[in-house]
Design a binder for this molecule. Structure first.
Ligand code: FES
Length: 161
């Protein structure tokens, strides 16, 4: 006895339930999957101009420490980084902005007013006011930041990797 090509009532209800269930799953599931995966697909912001305030607030020939933090979200992970820079104002328009991270093993250097040097507390690395190595193990000068002055406000270009 051959089976009829027509659906009986039970098969029809099963078929309709399957189709409706699949559509409902897609309607709810696709946005949910997108929501879950979207942080991992987002590209992180890698650079920014950081405002350091009015240039006139920085005394001439006096390295002045400015600190700030930046938070970076990569996927589901949020990282807060702290930065320190020394602003060395040479004149009304000429300045240097130096990282306070030692180029040897990344300790934070301090400005010593008496010795007129940046001194690294870890291995006694020393840098002059322009960030060049005076003595010790650091292999290169302190890193410099690109800067711009707009309407008397100082900004540095931060490139994060
Ligand atoms: S980390 Fe600065 S001298 Fe070693």
């Amino acid at each position: 006895m051959s089976k009829s090509p027509n659906l009986n009532r039970r098969e029809f209800v099963t078929l309709v339930s399957t189709v409706v269930g699949s559509v409902m799953t897609a309607i709810v599931g696709i946005p949910a999957i997108g929501y879950i995966l979207s942080p991992s697909l987002r590209t992180k912001k890698t650079d920014a101009w950081i405002p350091l305030g009015k240039l006139e607030n920085y005394p001439v020939n006096q390295p002045t420490l400015f600190t700030f933090t930046r938070s970076i979200t990569t996927g589901w992970e949020k990282t807060v980084n702290s930065y320190g820079v020394f602003v060395v104002r040479k004149s009304d328009t000429e300045i240097e902005v130096l990282s306070n991270v030692c180029t040897h093993l990344s300790c934070r250097v301090n400005w010593n007013e008496e010795k007129q040097e940046y001194i690294c507390p870890c291995h006694d690395g020393r840098f002059n006011i322009d960030g060049k190595v005076d003595s010790g193990p650091p292999p290169r000068p302190l890193d410099q930041y690109e800067y711009k002055i707009e309407n008397g406000d100082l900004f540095i270009h931060l490139k994060e990797s």
